[in-house]
Design a protein around this ligand. Structure first.
Ligand code: IMP
Length: 195
């Protein structure tokens, strides 16, 4: 089988792993941009779409291959949509997942409204031609404490009510079936012939 190589414009190991899992069994081969020494571009956009396009276009320009980028984050109702596009740097530019989670839990201490949504925009850029955009969303509730050891980022504090589990308590298949990234990816796979 002739596999189509696509560069993933991310150095986030958790994301690259999920892209690989989501594309398992397809004829797409994912290659991290680090293999081409593509440096991470600054995320100067003000929306998920702008940032996803910036990252995908940067990777395709440097490699000459189609590139896929995801910009994602957590929007919390009681925080007026924060941390949103700043999710990775909520507790500071070099913040760890744990530091971001602790800041989130302390911002929500005593707050009854725990409604939140994970958002994901996936952009595919090609050397010539327009980019394509796919969006996915997953609604849930922020827990009062961390639960589970799987996943990455805010997974231990994001509860998915239909399964009564945090994302970090789910198997990768369970998370991929319902997650923001999984939903955006289903659309991408359906339309892949366009690229
Ligand atoms: P960016 O898209 O690289 O700007 O970073 C997105 C940030 O949102 C990640 O670093 C995580 O903190 C968070 N995030 C995005 N998707 C997920 C997910 O599936 N689980 C947990 N956290 C996520």
């Amino acid at each position: 089988m002739n596999r189509q190589r696509i560069v993933v414009a991310s150095n986030n190991a958790g994301k690259v792993r999920e892209f690989n899992q989501l594309l398992e069994g397809s004829d797409i081969e994912i290659v991290p941009q680090s293999e081409f020494s593509v440096a991470e571009i600054e995320e100067t956009g003000l929306t998920f779409v702008e940032n996803a396009l910036l990252k995908a276009r940067n990777a395709t320009q440097h490699t000459g291959l189609p590139a896929i980028a995801d910009d994602s984050g957590l929007e919390v109702d009681a925080l007026q949509g924060a941390p949103g596009i700043y999710s990775a740097r909520y507790a500071g530019t070099k913040a760890t997942d744990k530091e971001n989670i602790l800041k989130l839990l302390s911002s929500l201490r005593g707050v009854k409204d725990r409604q939140a949504a994970f958002m994901c925009v996936i952009a595919i850029a090609v050397p010539q031609g327009p980019a394509l955009i796919y969006e996915g969303r997953c609604d849930g509730l922020i827990t009062g404490e961390m639960r589970g050891g799987q996943g990455f980022g805010y997974d231990p504090v994001f509860c998915y009510p239909p399964l009564k589990k945090t994302f970090a308590e789910m198997t990768r298949e369970e998370k991929n079936r319902v997650s923001h990234r999984g939903k955006a990816m289903v659309q991408l796979k359906d339309e892949f012939e366009k690229v």
